[in-house]
Design a protein around this ligand. Structure first.
Ligand code: ADE
Length: 403
């Protein structure tokens, strides 16, 4: 019998396909570039996250990790991480108090930098005094939205790298990553056919675009709901039916929210839905589907399949996946490995950039440096054996560019 646990095997498997992160961090690991630094991480804790955390620790830092969502934590990965990094505080199904306490413990370690997903850590850090904290990196659109609000009010006191806005992050992670992982969560949790299903996707940002495309690819009839006129037009010209949500839900059997906003599916939508409608959320927080309303106004609820709750509401059954929390992590393993490989390469390089530029960056949201984006893309292409053309000298000159 080997001593390798299931968590170890998951991490080993993820690492095998995270060659971009391996390559971009190689020199930092060799030179222990992060030696002496404490790095707090508040991320979805699954195998790919473990690879990032281990890599940062291998580059010399002490890593303190807590979860960025109480239902995305994979306990076997947490167990496997103990001993690999300095500390980890997380448990699947932790309540709101334990969730916040775990982030407090990360901050109690007095980190120099934090890697955040959704900005819960950075907001908490600001509320209790920043102490040693010199900067951080933010993973997701919702986190960037929160940081931008703090910045506008003059409340953001340290530099925060907008890792989400890296091209090698959001163009791939938000679109193709969520496109696949949200479908993975829907299919694993229901085991139902997508083909022929009338599906509604609310929101046509990068996440909504990815989900709509992949649903269509599997044969669903997809309707898109969007408030932004340009995005609505994009959805229309992509060939999707575009409707206001209240009309779209009337004949849907599957509804997926991907807006990053609150109160997207509320009483009036529940009232208009068909019996048996399946609801899932792909946005960062569980605020898109009004779960408080469903909880309080349903006659009865029961778990009908792991992670699927059936609410009896006004004589019909509504089926909610993963308590309205992000379906790709609650009902599946998050984004595909190759996609998180790029996102976490951006996190690693963002952290390295912060550590090399202490005192030189202004407080506020810092755009992800373009040269790092290019480094990630080139490394990914080389590692995946994808060859490209290059501009000749005369082509460069014609465009007024130089090498
Ligand atoms: N795995 C780890 N972090 C993730 C994220 N933000 N989205 C999807 N999968 C993930």
């Amino acid at each position: 019998m080997s001593d390798i646990t299931e968590g170890d095997r998951k991490i080993e498997w993820a690492r095998r396909f995270m060659s971009t992160l391996e390559s971009v961090s190689e020199r930092s690991v060799e030179s222990a570039a992060l030696k002496g630094l404490k790095v707090g991480m508040v991320l979805h804790i699954e195998a790919k996250t473990a690879v990032l955390a281990s890599r940062v620790q291998e580059a010399g830092a002490q890593v303190y990790l807590a979860a960025s969502n109480p239902l995305s934590t994979k306990d076997d990965v947490v167990s496997a991480l103990r001993g690999k990094i300095t500390a980890v505080w997380a448990r699947w199904g932790e309540d709101a108090k334990e969730y916040t306490e775990s982030i407090e413990r990360v901050l109690d370690a007095d980190p120099d930098f934090v890697i955040d997903d959704g900005a819960d850590c950075i907001t908490l850090a600001h509320s209790r005094g920043l102490k040693s904290l010199k900067g951080g990196c933010e993973e997701t659109t919702t986190g960037i939205t929160r940081l931008r609000q703090m910045e506008r009010k003059g409340e953001l006191k340290i530099p925060m790298i907008a890792v989400n806005d890296a091209l090698t992050k959001h163009l791939f992670d938000n679109r193709y990553g969520t496109g696949q992982s949200a479908l993975d969560g829907l299919m694993r949790s229901t085991n139902l056919l997508i083909a022929g299903r009338k599906a509604v996707v609310v929101g046509f940002g990068w996440v909504g675009k990815g989900i709509s495309q992949r649903l269509r690819g599997l044969g669903a009839q997809v309707t898109v709901c969007e408030v932004d006129p340009i995005k609505a037009m994009e959805a229309f010209m992509e060939g999707f039916r575009v409707l206001p949500a209240l009309e779209a839900v009337k004949d849907a059997s599957l509804i997926v929210t991907a807006t990053g906003d609150i109160g997207v599916i509320t009483k009036e939508h529940f009232d208009a839905m068909l019996d048996g409608t399946i609801l899932a959320n792909a946005g960062h927080f569980n605020v898109e589907v009004d779960m408080d309303f469903l909880e309080s106004k349903s006659d009865h609820k029961r778990e009908v399949r792991t992670g699927v709750t059936e609410y009896s509401y006004q004589g019909k059954k509504l089926l909610v996946i993963g308590e309205g929390r992000l379906v790709n992590l609650v009902a599946a393993d998050g984004h595909p490995i190759e996609v998180m490989d790029m996102s976490f390469s951006a996190q690693f390089l963002g952290l390295l950039y912060l550590s090399r530029n202490v005192g030189r960056l202004r407080p506020g949201l810092i755009p992800f440096p373009q040269e790092l984006d290019i480094q990630i893309a080139k490394t990914f292409l080389v590692n995946h054996g994808i060859r490209t053309d290059f501009l000749s000298e005369s082509q460069l000159a014609y465009l007024g560019l130089s090498r």
